[in-house]
Ligand binder design. Structure first.
Ligand SMILES: *[C@@H]1O[C@H](CO)[C@@H](O)[C@H](O)[C@H]1NC(C)=O
Ligand SMILES: *[C@@H]1O[C@H](CO)[C@@H](O)[C@H](O)[C@H]1NC(C)=O
Ligand SMILES: *[C@@H]1O[C@H](CO)[C@@H](O)[C@H](O)[C@H]1NC(C)=O
Ligand SMILES: *[C@@H]1O[C@H](CO)[C@@H](O)[C@H](O)[C@H]1NC(C)=O
Ligand SMILES: *[C@@H]1O[C@H](CO)[C@@H](O)[C@H](O)[C@H]1NC(C)=O
Ligand SMILES: *[C@@H]1O[C@H](CO)[C@@H](O)[C@H](O)[C@H]1NC(C)=O
Ligand SMILES: *[C@@H]1O[C@H](CO)[C@@H](O)[C@H](O)[C@H]1NC(C)=O
Ligand SMILES: CC(=O)N[C@H]1CO[C@H](CO)[C@@H](O)[C@@H]1O
Length: 463
């Protein structure tokens, strides 16, 4: 009777498979070849995005030096202990040289192109991980007959052979390193073995960056195959948990944010967009310890701003993990003035904060038997900054209102014609700038304090 031991040793995302379950070299018939180069890498597009650490990638670069980098070409021949800033999957990162002999074979394989090969990977991974694996595609790479730099024909030594399989399924992605006993025979720079996401998730194999790394093919005395399996879509994912407005005043807007992993000093991009003119302030908020940012603009009152806080571009496309928070905002009319007739005349001075060279329309909202009507628009053109607009409303004995609008500015003064309003209650003043807006600061002689009005806000004229 044969006893098969299945022992899984988990440590920090690393799965070491047991004697009875192993993945030998895969030998698909269709593949591409990279040869004849030193310190070179060639790119391959993935059939779908894969997540590695907290970022997602669309492509890989297969290097002659025994590693695959994601998203970035990386041909370094000096294996560094992880972490490093480049996302790499390193079955045997060392200084190879393919100018004399040897090659890297690689292929993207799907169940449609080679079902039996995919099933072999599925069986191996399902047993190793203890949860059902059914790959959607794999990237296979085989460093075949590779020699070290400085001895590119392997004179007096023997060459190395090893493979890697990146196995993608939507809810889990694995890297499987495959070594055959006796086929790792040299290390030049103490090869690096492991994975490194470049954003905080990394595992150095215990033999990595030591002289003993040449024994990486010796772990399994029974099957004579050694596999090392890493799950790639692990590690902490930086997410923007919260993004909100702390305060909005007439001089500044303050926003604050919270990150899921505050300890990681992620670069975040805060962009502030003005819907009228596209002012796009991009700032790196990494240095903002208090996680708040105040945006100040003299003319902000007349604008609608959109604040967006985003994680760096590399996280884009990571399904739900790249949280893009966006809030559109209109300056809030915190104080809507209630204006009353003073005896028979009301004079309101409005200090226009003129931001855009658009026409200003002033209308009165009339209420007739609870039905609203809007008076004919009064146009005030050519207003410049800080106009004072004077409103004279006279009540005659027949309850008729006469309205004159006088705009007294630094450069020009203009007076609209009088509008007679009969049988209507004047309820509100509406200021329009083109179709949207508007905002201005008013100073009433009655209340003698400055108040903010916005187009959509309505000011009660008649109590
Ligand atoms: C699939 O892969 C196996 C090796 O695992 C190989 O023998 C077979 O020829 C391949 N089939 C195709 C259609 O490429
Ligand atoms: C490889 O990269 C080059 C330049 O970045 C790009 O034009 C090409 O489409 C890529 N090829 C693949 C297979 O992704
Ligand atoms: C992935 O999904 C499959 C099928 O739904 C499931 O059996 C398996 O346990 C999942 N794997 C992980 C790591 O969540
Ligand atoms: C308002 O309603 C009253 C009674 O319902 C009516 O007599 C009056 O004519 C109405 N006014 C207007 C302007 O429609
Ligand atoms: C609205 O006002 C206009 C004149 O400004 C008038 O012609 C119209 O009849 C009014 N409509 C209503 C419903 O009162
Ligand atoms: C004054 O306003 C009227 C419309 O109300 C406009 O036609 C005229 O051009 C304005 N004059 C100046 C000097 O802005
Ligand atoms: C307002 O217009 C009327 C005619 O519609 C005119 O008789 C009157 O003089 C004008 N008033 C002013 C102040 O321009
Ligand atoms: C509702 C509101 O925001 N009211 C504000 C009006 O202005 C005074 C003084 O400027 C503020 O204290 C109020 O909070």
């Amino acid at each position: 009777m044969m006893i098969v031991f299945v022992i899984l040793i988990y440590f920090n995302g690393l799965l070491v498979s047991s004697e009875g379950n192993y993945l030998p070299f895969l030998n698909p018939t269709d593949y591409s070849i990279l040869n004849g180069y030193d310190d070179y890498a060639i790119n391959v597009s993935f059939p779908s995005l894969i997540r590695f650490g907290s970022s997602c990638y669309t492509d890989a670069w297969i290097s002659t030096n025994g590693l695959i980098s994601l998203g970035t070409r990386y041909t370094n021949h000096d294996p560094n202990l992880f972490p490093i800033s480049i996302p790499v999957i390193a079955p045997y990162w060392d200084d190879s040289d393919l100018t004399g002999r040897g090659e890297v074979r690689y292929a993207v394989i799907t169940p449609a192109t080679n079902l039996s090969l995919c099933n072999q990977v599925n069986d191996y991974l399902s047993t190793s991980t203890g949860s059902s694996v059914s790959v959607e595609w794999i990237l296979w790479a085989y460093w075949y007959d590779v020699c070290p730099y400085g001895n590119y024909n392997c004179r007096s030594i023997e060459s190395n052979h090893f493979q890697v399989v990146l196995a993608f399924q939507s809810n889990a992605t694995y890297a499987v390193f495959i070594y055959k006993y006796g086929l790792i025979r040299w290390t030049r720079n103490e090869a690096g073995v492991g994975i490194n996401s470049g954003d905080g998730y990394y595992i150095n194999h215990p033999l990595s960056n030591t002289d003993d790394v040449i024994n990486i093919d010796c772990n399994n005395v029974v099957s004579r195959w050694n596999n090392v399996v890493y799950r790639l879509d692990q590690g902490q994912h930086q997410v923007i948990d919260k993004f909100e407005f702390l305060s909005i005043t007439s001089h500044s807007i303050t926003v604050s944010w919270e990150l899921s992993i505050p300890a990681i000093s992620s670069t975040l991009i805060l962009s502030v967009t003005d819907d009228q003119q596209t002012v796009n302030d991009k700032i790196n908020v990494a240095g903002y310890d208090s996680h708040t940012y105040s945006y100040s603009k003299d003319d902000y009152l007349c604008n609608v701003y959109t604040f967006k806080l985003t994680l760096p571009a590399t996280t884009k496309g990571c399904n739900n993990d790249n949280k893009l928070l966006s809030t559109a905002m209109t300056p809030i009319p915190q104080n809507i003035s209630a204006l009353y007739l003073f005896q028979e005349t009301l004079i309101i001075k409005l200090k226009m904060n003129w931001c855009h060279k658009n026409e200003i329309y002033i209308e009165l909202l009339l209420s007739v038997n609870k039905t609203f009507n809007v008076s004919k628009s009064l146009h005030i053109n050519n207003l410049h900054q800080f106009y004072t607009t004077k409103w004279n409303i006279k009540l005659n004995r027949h309850s008729l209102y006469y309205l004159t609008v006088t705009a007294i500015g630094m450069y020009k003064t203009n007076t609209s014609n009088a509008t007679e309003i009969s049988m209507h209650n004047v309820r509100d003043i509406i200021i329009k700038r083109n179709e949207d807006i508007s905002c201005f600061i008013c100073v009433t002689e009655i209340f003698n304090n400055c108040q903010v009005l916005v187009a959509s806000a309505r000011t009660t004229l008649i109590p």
